[in-house]
Structures are given as structure tokens and as C-alpha cells.
Design a protein around this ligand. Sequence first.
Ligand code: ZN
Length: 256
Amino acid sequence: MNIAECKDYVHDEDGCFDEIMGKVLADVLQVKELLDVDVALPHIQLEESVCGDFLDCNIDAVFVGEDDAIHILASSRNGAIYQYFPWQIPRETMMEVMLQIEQQLKYTEEKKWWGIYQHFFKQDFQFWRREGRDLLYSLQMAVMETKNLKHNPFKPNGEKVNQIILQQFCRQWEYTINDIINEVNEGASYDDIRVCDNCGLPMSDGYYLGGEFACDDECCLALYNGDKAQMDEDLSHVDENGSDCYYTEWDSIFFD
Ligand SMILES: [Zn+2]
């Protein structure tokens, strides 16, 4: 990402701001996870509209037109929609749009890697459980083996792992392991640990499904035998009193 480079050129009229910004935006628009896929034109919806300070417009989205050029979508207070090319927009404003996209990109990247590690970790944990190992041993092995990941394990020639997020991910499980060791030393039982009814992982947040627990979306769907419609229906009543299916966070992985 060359957004940092863009910053250097914002006030430099003869500089390369437009050119670099164009390249950065073109790159960003290749990131599938950022795009709204339900519509014909792939576009990035900004989480917060950027005040245009010109023509009374707010910038809402960036997309690639059929002409392959990058377009900026703006709306005015009375609802009118305008399209601009990036170079028609004041540099300062365009920079704000870029910074916001950078944030979204960062968040998307974190989410993607977290999902990859979680998936690998869960599979590894289940492998050791099937081998007949106990919960603690299986967790420890899964942390160790996840920590050793060098590349995305789910793709041939997978890209290099994001080490920072990998460390964060593993640290979270290391805390859980320490927690288990401490609590058990103080007399708690392994039976007091809340585990996912699908994969067996301990959980301090996740779905409660009328008596069953699911640690994440994947395990939740598995407990519904893949019946996504029923799952969505059940979980749509979360805000109603007495709902039996919801997502929540508990204070600890141990039952009270
Ligand atoms: Zn699970």
C-alpha cells in the first residue's frame, strides 16, 4: 500500500498524487473481501461518508466503471447522486477517502487471517482429540502448531502468514490455557468448562442454542445440520425476551 506515499504528495501540485492514488485505488478494488458483491458494479462502500466540502456532496463509495476507470460516488443532502473521477476531487478530500479505505483494508486483512488461524486451530485441536488426547494437551498442541504456520495452510503455495495477527491469535489461546491450568489447580473440574458442542473447543463467547453451544458461525451451522434458513430464523429473535438462541460473551470459559 502506498497511501503513505500519497500523503507526501497531497500538497505538491507537480507531484505524483493523482498517479499514485490511482494505482492504490486500482489495487484496493482488487480485494474481493472489501467489495459489495451483491451488486453489479464492484464497489467499496465507505463506512463513514467523507464530507466533500464541494458542491455540497458527501463521498460514499468508490467503484470501477465499465470503462475500467475509477469512479467516486457522492450524494448531496437532497439525495442527488454524482459521479466523479478521483482527479476532479480536492486532494485533501481524496486523501481522507484513501485513509478510510486503508482502515477498511486493514480490518479486512485482520479478519481474513483471524479466520484462517481459527479454522486451522480448530482442525488441529480436533485431530488431537480424535487421537484420544485430553483437552489441555490438544489445546497446547494446536497452539504450538498454529504458531509454526509460515504460509496460508489452505492454499497451495499459500501467501506468507501475517505474523502480528498470528501472535495475537495464539496469545489469546495461551491465556485460555493458563486460565484452565490455574482454575484446575484451584479445584475446578474439566467438566466445568463450556465447550462447543460441535468441535469441542472451550469458549468464552459464541452461540447459545437452547441448551447447546457453538463457538463460531461454522459450528453453529453444523449444529443445525447445514439448515441455514432455520438458523437465521432462530437467531433473528435475539432481541425478544426469552429468546432461546443468541450470541453472547461470558466472563470466563468456566460455567459459574
Ligand atoms: Zn466449535
